[in-house]
Write a protein that binds this ligand. Structure first.
Ligand SMILES: [Zn+2]
Ligand SMILES: [Zn+2]
Ligand SMILES: [Zn+2]
Length: 304
């Protein structure tokens, strides 16, 4: 990006974050259903953040002109920047920007994501137009919808992170203050979404040894809520008691100092089996008594 485009991008990105923070503030203050006032305010903040997030994403992905009305298509960046500074720059409608992303397959968003993009816009229209008579079910849905928009739409658009390898926690830690961050990662609807993400992207969601939420994946060693990262410091093995795959966590570094045996912890059922890891062939298994330790390795391992 050239300097002028970067400046426009940074402004839009920064404003998207401001509205995101204010939207999160409204939502996480209480575990109860949002009041009408909180609904109205949070929905508008989140929709603003979403619209700006889409624009920031498109500038980065396809250039500034993708978000601008037709009359700007032949203008120079200097001319566009002048309009930006005068606050007269006109952008395309939300609907058009959304469709542009969809038609050009610019994100990994699937049909569900686009349905939510539309749904959130409908809520916003309901709130700002005449239909202010929200039923209590609407208020309840709106809270879910808001969390969905934050987790699945705004943060991926602004951070372009891939949930397979990373959690959004770093993004929040960078942009939210400590208190907001803690409130968000302890907010029940948020935790539920993170549990779904851990399962969807890695296949597993077990209890995190740090924050005790069910958002820890042995596949990449990270917790989708508190950002605990055991990528190198942990190994996993199946649990014999509850049958959960890769659910028993153990410390592979200290096991060697401990005669190749150590206590593990099942992050699914809480069982604490002993674990043996063979120093020769590196095969590992859980056991409950010394007599179970016999024949640990496969045929051919010199440890037998
Ligand atoms: Zn955690
Ligand atoms: Zn278990
Ligand atoms: Zn062996």
């Amino acid at each position: 990006m050239d300097d002028k485009t970067t400046e426009i991008y940074n402004t839009i990105f920064g404003n998207s974050i401001i509205f995101l923070k204010r939207g999160i503030n409204e939502i996480v203050t209480s575990n109860e259903t949002l009041t009408r006032e909180q609904s109205l305010v949070s929905c508008l903040f989140i929709q603003m953040s979403l619209e700006l997030g889409i624009k920031a994403f498109l500038i980065k992905e396809s250039g500034i002109k993708t978000i601008l009305k037709d009359k700007y298509q032949n203008r120079t960046i200097n001319n566009i920047f002048e309009s930006f500074e005068n606050n007269t720059l006109q952008t395309k409608r939300y609907e058009d920007l959304k469709n542009y992303i969809k038609e050009n397959q610019l994100t990994w968003f699937g049909d569900t994501h686009f349905e939510h993009l539309t749904q959130f816009q409908l809520f916003r229209n309901k709130l700002v137009h005449l239909n202010l008579n929200l039923q209590s079910a609407d208020l309840y849905d709106l809270k879910y919808e808001s969390i969905y928009a934050i987790v699945h739409l705004i943060v991926p658009l602004l951070s372009e992170l891939s949930f397979e390898f990373k959690t959004p926690s770093e993004f929040y830690a960078e942009h939210l203050n400590d208190n907001q961050y803690k409130q968000l990662i302890n907010f029940p609807h948020y935790v539920e979404e993170m549990e779904k993400i851990a399962k969807e992207f890695t296949g597993y969601a077990y209890e995190c040894p740090e924050c005790l939420k069910h958002t820890y994946s042995p596949e990449n060693g990270i917790c989708y809520c508190c950002n605990l990262n055991f990528k190198e410091g942990a190994e996993f093995i199946n649990c014999k008691i509850c049958d959960a795959k890769k659910a028993v966590i153990f410390d592979p570094l200290n096991i060697q100092l401990n005669d190749n045996m150590i206590n593990g912890l099942c992050l699914n059922c809480g069982d604490k089996p002993n674990i043996f890891k063979c120093p020769d062939c590196e095969s590992k298994r859980t056991f409950y008594g010394q007599n179970e330790l016999k024949d640990t390795c496969f045929d051919g391992c010199k440890n037998i």
